[in-house]
Design a protein around this ligand. Structure first.
Ligand SMILES: Nc1ncnc2c1ncn2[C@@H]1O[C@H](COP(=O)(O)OP(=O)(O)O)[C@@H](O)[C@H]1O
Ligand SMILES: Cc1ncc(C[n+]2csc(CCOP(=O)(O)OP(=O)(O)O)c2C)c(N)n1
Ligand SMILES: [Mg+2]
Length: 336
């Protein structure tokens, strides 16, 4: 059955039912919810300091029809927003979902999408409380996510990096770019690597728990990597008015990426984007404490140095400087 067979109202009814089946009513988000889907606006009692972010997944920009899997699309649309709340050190609470669909979309595709979104929302105690549904020639899924912070002095921001601090990242870099390359160019890689790269591209794990660890241990400066390590580090450097030195051999490149993309691995790690890992700065001791408690790799890749804001120094294993490319994802610009 297509969405054009049942229409907007019936589709929303189905989605509303899906979002309420077996819901845990004891979460703080649900406890503070006064009204959700069904009225002209949702109503909740705000807690602490309110965080708000929005990011979209748009057909032919963030994915193509050929690589479309509706469950993965739903998962990723929420995950990239959870990643932004994580990068601020917040706790996610409420999601608002805007979905634009071609009329011939199968109803089962939309419910697959919402089931995946719902599972991820449940994992991070986030309630989907409102949205908008439109017909459109292209698919667009936009999630607005609200979160909270108990203390504004403990937020993780882009303007708090200090010379002498180390620069660290969670997880591995470049795997999502490899996933995208495989999907766009049908690049052949062994099954085990394919699984790793596809997962990184379709199902990035939002680093909510790791970000809470950062807050607990006193880190102050963080961004999530959506446009690429170099591009996102530049946001920190510009806003903190500092420079950075990155040691290329320290970049956390997964063994599968090194094996399958020996010539491109470093480039993918630096400029690929969509890894949704956390990039943060803190004193070495703080990073050691975070690393010791984290269930995932936390790798020091360089340090913040005084100097011209936005000057990024890349150094190879022999101490040779490499010119950084002005590369990374930027909408409206042609990718290099
Ligand atoms: N069209 C817009 N109108 C107002 N603010 C925007 C718009 N687009 C982006 N922003 C804001 O600019 C900043 C950078 O946006 P973006 O690069 O999308 O961040 P992120 O990578 O964290 O999603 C964010 O604070 C975002 O809220
Ligand atoms: C078909 C296709 N082409 C190219 C890309 C690569 N790509 C698209 S957007 C993007 C960066 C992240 O998206 P953006 O909307 O900039 O996220 P934000 O920085 O706002 O979090 C990348 C690497 C892709 N995912 N799919
Ligand atoms: Mg954005």
């Amino acid at each position: 059955m297509k969405v054009s067979d049942i229409g907007e109202c019936q589709l929303i009814d189905q989605l509303n039912k899906l979002l309420h089946q077996g819901t845990d009513e004891t979460t703080p988000a649900r406890q503070n919810l006064i009204l959700d889907i069904g009225d002209d606006a949702a109503v909740f009692r705000p807690q602490g300091y309110q965080l708000v972010t929005v990011d979209s997944l748009i057909e032919n920009v963030h994915f193509n029809r050929s690589m479309l899997n509706w469950a993965d699309l739903g998962y990723k649309a929420l995950a990239i927003n959870l990643s932004d709340i994580a990068a601020m050190g917040g706790v996610p609470q409420y999601a608002i979902v805007n979905i634009d669909l071609p009329p011939d979309t199968l109803v089962s595709s939309v419910t697959d999408c919402y089931n995946a979104m719902r599972s991820l929302a449940d994992k991070y105690q986030t309630a989907i409380i409102a949205g908008d549904t439109n017909q459109s020639s292209l698919i667009n899924l936009a999630v607005t996510l609200l979160g909270s912070a108990e203390n504004p002095d403990k937020l993780l921001t882009r303007n708090t990096a200090l010379p002498g601090q180390k620069i660290a990242v969670t997880g591995y870099l470049g795997n999502a770019a490899a996933g995208l390359d495989m999907l766009l160019n049908q690049t052949k890689v062994p099954d085990e690597s394919r699984e790793i790269f596809c997962r990184s591209f379709y199902r990035p794990e939002p680093r909510i728990n790791e970000a809470r660890l950062l807050v607990k241990e006193g880190a102050r400066c963080c961004i999530d990597i959506s446009d690429g390590l170099a591009a996102d580090l530049l946001h920190i450097l510009r806003q903190s008015r500092v420079s950075a030195r990155i040691e290329l051999e320290r970049l956390p490149v997964h063994p599968s990426l090194r094996l399958c993309y020996p010539l491109q691995a470093q480039h993918m790690a630096l400029y690929g984007g969509e890894d949704y890992e956390l990039l943060f700065t803190a004193p070495a001791k703080v990073i050691e404490q975070i690393s010791a408690q984290s269930g995932i790799p936390v790798t020091i890749i360089g340090e913040i140095i005084p100097g011209k804001p936005d000057e990024l120094k890349l150094v190879d294993k022999d101490g040779r400087a490499l010119q950084p490319e002005k590369n990374g994802w930027e909408h409206f610009k042609k990718p290099k």
